[in-house]
Design a protein around this ligand. Structure first.
Ligand SMILES: Nc1ncnc2c1ncn2[C@@H]1O[C@H](COP(=O)(O)OP(=O)(O)OP(=O)(O)O)[C@@H](O)[C@H]1O
Length: 768
């Protein structure tokens, strides 16, 4: 590229930046005005609330007034936020207005048109686009097309054009740092530059360098189930976030950020990705971990997490595993649904409803209400039972209101308490005093019997735990499941419930059963459901999520090779299972085989670990060979670790020691800490990554990446067989630039295998 050409492009950058700066000035003035207006309304609002609050007769007028002011305030807040958002976007554009240029010639035209593409659109006063948003229909030409004729989708249908030139820029602080012309989707020079950088504490957007196959995921608006199998570091998480930004842009009117939910692997991850959408001018979607979601739905129970399960995974027998596999299968969930559909009233596990230690509604009464209803769907019948109970409760409130104690209580009321009970009713609104007293009496009793109402409302009259145990008693077991082990798992469930705990394996079927019988638990407002690290979910859990968000399109992303503590499943087999379980219309499987995160030597090493690692395509970024260090006792292994950490820290920002489980993380952390090494131990409760050296179990590092990684104790004892391949592979692929593995005693057969070429690593034995 000639320097003349670069100077010409720089002049355009200067001109665009100049116009953006001018716009920032205008918008800053608008913002100041919006804030001043907002402040005025707020002051007015608080003055009104304080003056009239105690004057009873003014209450109603004031509240109407207040409501108006509240509405005005929320409009102003919204306005202020929009202006603030614009301002942030323009400030980002001012530093780096665009990253790409395409020259296109439309059919029938002779000359070509230059379009510049950036993170957001910018138009001048004549409404000419100086920068196109990366999500605009025309921008897909930049990501998808090689030079020549290309087609792109627009709301009006497919359009054709000829792509004459594609240019990439790296612009910082208004200066072009480098630019390249490329015929590829996005040229490798640019990627080399971006990927070679040190890790930031949070993830960055990748809009300037989105690859063609990632673009397919991002711009898919057709599929109702999109399953992405992507190797470690292939940009699955990045693709999710850019996809969300894309969907929000394309359905501005119909889709809000909080109608999108992302299930993320852990809380650290939630923090790690939190800056991406704001950097693209969008609000973050909702984020939840599976453990948080289940705990929220099973309030009062301490739900076992996947992390708890990993901790004692080594001790589980094959027979127990078979039972667990059954309970996590689509077949089991199907049996739950069938059971609920065919449940007869005499098999319902109704509970008495108690008040003050006495039975208030007897379960036989509840059963007979249910029994006398026509045979509808279980949930409808349950709802009607609930309504009948509420009616009966109201009747009993009416009766109770006539009793002596209530009258006595009314006599004891102070004026203020009396007014409070009247609520929105006004004094003397009743024609007769008796009516007013009767009203107050009902209020008193209603308040007293609130617990009964709550018990009905919250469906406490159905003992879902016993019901689920009853389901297990009649479940149809597959041949490989041992009846006595299954029976024991039923007893374990009931025993856990006694202690207010719930085994993870039972959560999805239990919730499913509860929802079908009681008609709750479905969120119809959610339009998109994303699951990252899908390989860590069971089919039963995914099926429950589909049930819980029935209107949501689903995007599931994962890497079957990163399944922790279990065997790998092919993506095709998984899609087949999902298809059968979900009854979707437009499923699609996409694969990402190119890995971007790690250097070539690290990816080559990781590939060699996997039986079908050849499918992984490494991005060619140079770096040191991974080091495997063997020591023969814990103390000398820690010495080696300390030494390595010192070296790694000199050239790397984020260094992590990754262990198989929390117990080992504790052990290493304590020893390092005692030796005065500045380290932090991360646990499930942590939400952000501190600076310096980190020690954490691998399951908390899922989805994350570090400049340098030390894999702790990759010995034959710790990583004994192929069931640990996924765990080891996940550890290795967290490293961007440097990787060290330390083994106490002989190294794992997974590393010392025939398949592993010796030239992919540097081995250091302890000299004894
Ligand atoms: N097109 C791209 N341009 C620039 N960087 C990219 C691109 N795709 C991926 N990356 C970078 O590669 C790294 C890995 O991406 P990401 O975390 O999205 O991968 P992943 O498939 O979710 O990984 P894993 O399954 O191993 O957690 C990140 O640093 C990301 O920024």
């Amino acid at each position: 590229m000639t320097s003349q050409e670069q100077a010409k492009e720089q002049r355009r950058v200067d001109s665009v930046v100049h116009q953006i700066t001018a716009r920032i000035k205008d918008v800053t003035t608008d913002y100041a005005k919006a804030r001043a207006e907002m402040k005025l309304v707020q002051e007015n609002y608080s003055a009104n609330t304080s003056v009239n609050y105690v004057e009873l007769d003014d209450r109603i007028d004031t509240s109407a007034d207040l409501q108006q002011q509240r509405a005005l305030a929320s409009r102003l807040i919204e306005n202020e936020q929009i202006i603030k958002g614009q301002l942030d976007t323009f400030k980002d554009l001012e530093a780096s207005p665009y990253f790409g240029r395409i020259d296109i010639t439309d059919p029938g035209e002779t000359g070509s048109e230059k379009l510049y593409i950036g993170t957001a659109s910018f138009t001048n006063e004549d409404q000419d686009f100086l920068v196109y948003d990366w999500r605009a229909p025309i921008s897909s030409v930049y990501y998808n097309g090689t030079l020549g004729d290309v087609a792109y989708d627009t709301p009006g249908g497919q359009q054709l054009t000829t792509l004459k030139k594609k240019r990439q820029f790296l612009i910082a602080k208004g200066q072009i740092e480098s630019m390249f012309d490329t015929n590829e989707t996005v040229g490798d020079e640019m990627l080399q530059h971006v990927l070679g950088e040190q890790n930031d504490e949070t993830m960055q957007n990748i809009v300037a360098t989105i690859q063609r196959e990632q673009n397919d995921i991002i711009r898919d608006t057709r599929s109702d189930l999109l399953v992405v199998q992507g190797v470690a570091g292939s940009g699955k998480t990045s693709a999710i976030l850019q996809r969300i930004a894309f969907l929000l842009y394309h359905s501005r009117k119909e889709l809000e950020a909080d109608q999108i939910v992302l299930f993320s692997p852990n809380r650290l991850f939630s923090h790690y990705i939190s800056d991406v959408l704001p950097s693209l001018g969008e609000r973050n979607m909702r984020q939840v971990t599976l453990a948080e979601f289940l705990t929220q739905r099973l309030q009062g129970l301490d739900v076992e997490t996947l992390f708890d399960r990993y901790e004692d995974e080594d001790t589980v027998s094959q027979k127990v595993r078979d039972t667990r596999d059954f309970k996590e299968s689509a077949n089991y969930m199907h049996q739950v649904a069938e059971y609920c559909q065919h449940l007869t009233p005499d098999h319902f596990k109704f509970n008495h409803i108690y008040f003050d230690g006495q039975i208030f509604f007897n379960k036989s009464e509840i059963e007979s209400i249910y029994n006398n209803l026509p045979s509808l769907q279980p949930a409808d019948r349950f709802l009607r039972t609930k309504n009948t109970l509420i009616k009966r409760l109201k009747y009993r409130i009416g009766e109770e209101a006539k009793s002596k104690w209530v009258n006595e209580e009314i006599d004891q009321l102070s004026d203020e308490q009396y007014h409070d009970l009247l609520g929105s009713k006004r004094l003397h609104e009743f024609q007769e005093l008796d009516a007013e007293v009767a009203f107050i009496a009902r209020k008193i009793v209603t308040k007293r019997l609130r617990v009964v109402y709550d018990a009905i409302y919250n469906n406490y009259f159905l003992d879902t735990y016993s019901q689920y145990a009853d389901f297990m008693d009649q479940a149809d077991l597959p041949a490989d499941v041992d009846a006595s082990i299954f029976r024991a798992s039923r007893d374990d469930f009931l025993q856990a419930i006694e202690y207010h705990k719930c085994p993870l394996v039972d959560t999805a079927p239990l919730l499913y059963l509860r929802d079908i019988l009681t008609g709750g638990g479905q969120n119809h407002a959610m339009k998109h459901l994303f699951v990252d690290e899908m390989q860590d979910y069971t089919i039963a859990q995914l099926q429950y999520l589909h049930h819980a968000f029935p209107k949501a399109n689903m995007t599931f992303l994962g890497d079957s090779e990163q399944a922790l503590f279990r065997d790998v499943e092919s993506p095709e087999a998984l899609l087949k299972k999902l298809r059968a379980a979900f009854h979707v219309h437009r499923p699609r499987l996409l694969k990402l085989n190119r890995s971007y995160r790690s250097t070539l030597p690290i990816t080559t090493f990781a590939k060699a670990l996997l039986p079908d690692g050849d499918e992984i395509e490494a991005f060619n970024r140079p770096g040191d060979l991974p080091k495997v260090i063997m020591r023969y006792d814990f103390d000398s292994a820690v010495d080696a670790l300390e030494h390595q950490l010192k070296t790694l820290q000199a050239t790397n920002g984020m260094v992590a020691v990754l262990t198989k489980n929390l117990a080992q993380a504790h052990e290493v952390y304590q020893k390092l800490h005692r030796n005065h090494v500045d380290v932090s131990l991360l646990t499930d409760a942590d939400r952000s990554l501190p600076k310096g050296i980190l020690v954490l179990p691998i399951y908390l590092a899922k989805g994350l990446e570090f400049d340098a990684v030390v894999g702790w104790d990759v010995s034959a004892t710790n990583f004994a067989d192929q069931r640990m391949t996924g765990t080891l592979y996940t550890i290795i692929t967290r490293a961007m630039h440097q990787l060290v593995l330390i083994s106490i005693g002989p190294v794992s057969p997974l590393i010392a295998s025939e398949r592993m070429p010796k030239n992919v690593m540097e081995i250091e034995h302890e000299l004894t």
